[in-house]
Design a binder for this molecule. Structure first.
Ligand SMILES: NC(=O)c1ccc[n+]([C@@H]2O[C@H](COP(=O)([O-])OP(=O)(O)OC[C@H]3O[C@@H](n4cnc5c(N)ncnc54)[C@H](OP(=O)(O)O)[C@@H]3O)[C@@H](O)[C@H]2O)c1
Length: 339
């Protein structure tokens, strides 16, 4: 049966891919983001992909009244909300003290407080209706940390805590599900659209997955809700390193971030889409995968799954090398102290 699916953050990346995925299943869609121009484009794509009916509602998730109005529109138009997928987020690169306070605050306002606003509105509606599935988008950066992305990391750690709390509170509501999808690197425009006070543009570190793959995981959660689903081949490895070898992780993450998570392209300070949307930069894909596979192909290295395996292998090898190096250095220092 056709479901009523609300998507907040539907105009770009994972949200846009999820909107198309649900459209392909013939669901009725209520699509929201800030840009009316991009929403109109996504509406056309979803109709072409097979959506039964599509309603767009320009919405800023930092505005609690707008979120209420969005839910009202969905219920008025389609009678109920079955699934609410929340993907809206923005990013800012820079050392914490060099990011303007208002930019940091707006990242947290959007990524954490905006998500909290969605949780509040969705759960109130679901509790009253006796059912519904809320799917939030966290990140592997809600389990580990990385430098130069403090507002985003702070928000994703906060979201992780919020989601676990409301999952526990909703245990008395058997028809209500709160799910979290936690991707690693995904080929979306979020990196180009991020604010930047670092002087070098950001990019997704390897291995990179597609927004379509994350969208399929989201659709599977709508069919069979689960507490959390991780999408990314090295997410578990990163979490293991972060938890079990924090000293090694901290020594490794800075150099890896500078090599793998930033481009050499210089950028003047700018606030990206943190405060207002840029319809020209909105798309499902960010264009990172072809670029990287081209580079690998030109270098004669394997691509696709093989490249992922190489990247994961390199990460493990680098981690192991550093772990052994750290242990040896610590042993040497201890011996010197004993002498
Ligand atoms: N890409 C990755 O590598 C990656 C990895 C892990 C997790 N994630 C998570 O996946 C989710 C989607 O990210 P993405 O990579 O797909 O980003 P994206 O391509 O930049 O899309 C972000 C979406 O959020 C919307 N948005 C931003 N601020 C908003 C606001 N104040 N109110 C309403 N909508 C707003 C944007 O539309 P408008 O600009 O039109 O408002 C856009 O539709 C995020 O939660 C992100 O943290 C991404």
């Amino acid at each position: 049966m056709s479901r009523v699916v609300v998507v907040t953050g539907a105009t770009s990346g994972i949200g846009r891919a999820a909107a198309r995925e649900f459209a392909g299943r013939g669901d009725r869609l209520v699509l929201a983001a800030r840009s009316p121009t991009s929403l109109a484009e996504v509406r056309r794509e979803c109709r072409t992909a097979g959506a039964d009916r599509v309603r767009t509602v320009p919405t800023d998730v930092t505005d609690a009244d707008a979120l209420d109005a969005l839910a009202d529109t969905a219920v008025r138009e389609f009678g109920r909300i079955d699934v609410w997928v929340h993907t809206a987020a923005v990013m800012a690169y820079g050392r914490f003290e060099e990011i303007p306070a208002e930019v940091f605050d707006q990242v947290v306002r959007t990524d954490l407080l905006g998500a909290a606003g969605v949780v509040r509105v969705a759960l109130r509606r679901f509790r009253a209706a006796g059912g519904g599935t809320l799917i939030l988008t966290g990140s592997v950066l809600g389990h580990v940390t990385a430098p130069y992305m403090s507002g985003y990391v702070t928000s994703k750690w906060g979201l992780q805590g919020l989601v676990r709390s409301v999952q526990q509170e909703a245990r008395d509501l058997p028809g209500v599900h709160v799910c979290l999808v936690t991707p690693g690197s995904v080929d979306t425009p979020v990196y180009q659209r991020a604010a930047n006070y670092l002087g070098r543009a950001g990019r997704p570190p390897l291995p990179i997955t597609t927004p379509q793959r994350v969208a399929r995981a989201v659709a599977r959660l709508a069919d069979r809700p689960r507490r959390e689903v991780s999408v990314g081949r090295v997410n578990l490895l990163m979490r293991g390193g972060f938890t079990l070898l924090p000293g090694v992780y901290d020594a490794l993450v800075g150099p890896l971030m500078r090599r793998g998570g930033l481009t050499g392209q210089p950028v003047a300070p700018h606030d990206g889409v943190v405060f207002s949307p840029d319809p020209a930069g909105a798309a499902v894909r960010g264009g990172w995968l072809p670029e990287l596979s081209d580079l690998l192909r030109r270098a004669g290295a394997p691509t696709g799954r093989a490249a992922t395996a190489v990247a994961a292998g390199a990460a493990v090898a680098a981690g192991t090398a550093l772990a052994v190096g750290t242990a040896l250095a610590a042993g040497g220092a201890a011996r010197r102290r004993r002498r």
